[in-house]
Design a protein around this ligand. Structure first.
Ligand code: ZN
Length: 374
């Protein structure tokens, strides 16, 4: 099968984030096994969705991971001109949900698999496909934990997020948390008898606004735009009517951290601010929704040099979006981002990838296989 045929199949599985993914997993497992890969399906704690790990070549030697996620964001945008879960070809462009982010890369890696299988690989190539990346890299940590039991620890990982096939050495880390404040309801004419959860939440919001302002003063890493860590309250809800004391207020907060800063630490002051409300009779909970660390691969790392050779262009220092690469790096596996397509087309109606982009990615991967066979 060509990468185009495979992309058509992958897009036809509407593997939307947060949903069971057995259909797409089973298709990939059957395909990979039929081409001689050793395949491990790793069921996540949710019980209805799995990560996949596939190996070609000598597994007891450190090798290279090709990493991607099988989930896509929902396709609810109203301006799709065709079925988002059916690839529509229009000249050079192939439209469909996930074509760029990132089933195009998965298709290239799977199309290269039979070619890898015929190569005298001295080091293995692993395909690591995850679930629920779009929910804040929720699936892949379960897979990363398992990898040391499946093979010699790989020493390199290429995360195929859409980067125009130029390698990228760094991205920010991210943490997201939900704070819930519960007070006591009542008639607004008797505030002395209630506990206003929205008023209480405002203390946490002030802390968040102050923390966000303080972050603009550094520390700085000029590879990023903006060059500092950031924090925002992205969603808030609470209250029923103007004359009812609100007994519930919920806020979702995220932090994005430059390399060397822990994103969870940026949110920590808000946890303390929410705990502090308890002495006033409020019940509060602080729930970490997701978290992944920043990626930072030194410019003299062997993986950076390898990618420069394979792509013919010097790796870019940093991007602002996050990926699974930070988690692989934190597990001791040098990681870099490099995949076909454009992140600017992702998470939008009429997402597409071009035939040329797919062909270029597939040939880059086959060149990688040749390098690992030499
Ligand atoms: Zn992605």
């Amino acid at each position: 099968m060509t990468e185009l045929d495979i992309l058509e199949r992958l897009v036809s599985f509407s593997s939307v984030v947060g949903q069971p993914n057995a259909n797409i997993v089973q298709w990939i497992v059957d395909y990979a096994r039929s081409h001689g890969a050793e395949v491990t399906t790793a069921l996540g704690p949710e019980g209805d969705r799995s990560n996949l790990f596939m190996t070609i070549g000598p597994r007891h030697v450190p090798g290279v991971i090709l990493s991607g996620h099988m989930d896509v964001v929902p396709a609810g945008e109203t301006d799709w001109v065709s079925d988002p879960f059916r690839v529509r070809a229009d000249g050079e462009n192939l439209y469909g949900r996930g074509t760029s982010d990132m089933k195009g890369f998965l298709a290239c890696a799977l199309a290269a698999l039979p070619v890898f299988a015929k190569m005298p690989l001295k080091r293995p190539i692993h395909l690591a496909f995850s679930y629920d990346e779009e929910a804040g890299c929720k699936g892949v940590p379960h897979l990363i934990k398992l990898i040391p039991t499946l093979c010699a620890l790989p020493d390199m990982c290429i995360v195929g997020e859409p980067s125009g096939l130029r390698a990228i050495r760094a991205h920010k880390g991210k943490a997201a948390a939900r704070i819930t404040v519960r007070g006591r309801s009542g008639h607004s004419s008797r505030p002395d008898q209630g506990l206003n959860a929205i008023h209480a939440m405002s203390e946490i919001l002030s802390s968040a606004v102050n923390a966000a302002k303080a972050l603009t003063h550094g520390p700085f890493d000029n590879n990023f735009e903006p060059p500092y860590s950031s924090l925002q309250v992205g969603k808030i809800s609470g209250g029923q009517a103007v004359n009812i004391i609100p007994d519930l207020c919920i806020a979702d907060i995220e932090a994005r951290a430059i390399s060397g800063v822990s994103p969870a630490n940026l949110i920590e002051p808000l946890r303390r601010a929410s705990d502090a409300l308890q002495v006033h009779g409020f019940e509060t909970t602080f729930e970490m929704l997701s978290e992944y660390p920043a990626l930072s691969l030194p410019d003299d790392a062997p993986l950076a040099a390898l990618m420069q050779e394979l792509t013919g262009i010097e790796p870019l220092a940093a991007v602002s979006y996050g990926t699974e690469a930070g988690l692989y790096q934190a597990a001791g596996i040098d990681s870099i981002i490099c995949g076909p397509g454009d992140i600017a087309r992702a998470h939008k109606a009429n997402e597409f990838i071009t035939r040329n982009e797919l062909a270029a990615c597939r040939s880059m991967l086959e060149n990688l296989g040749a390098r690992l066979s030499a």
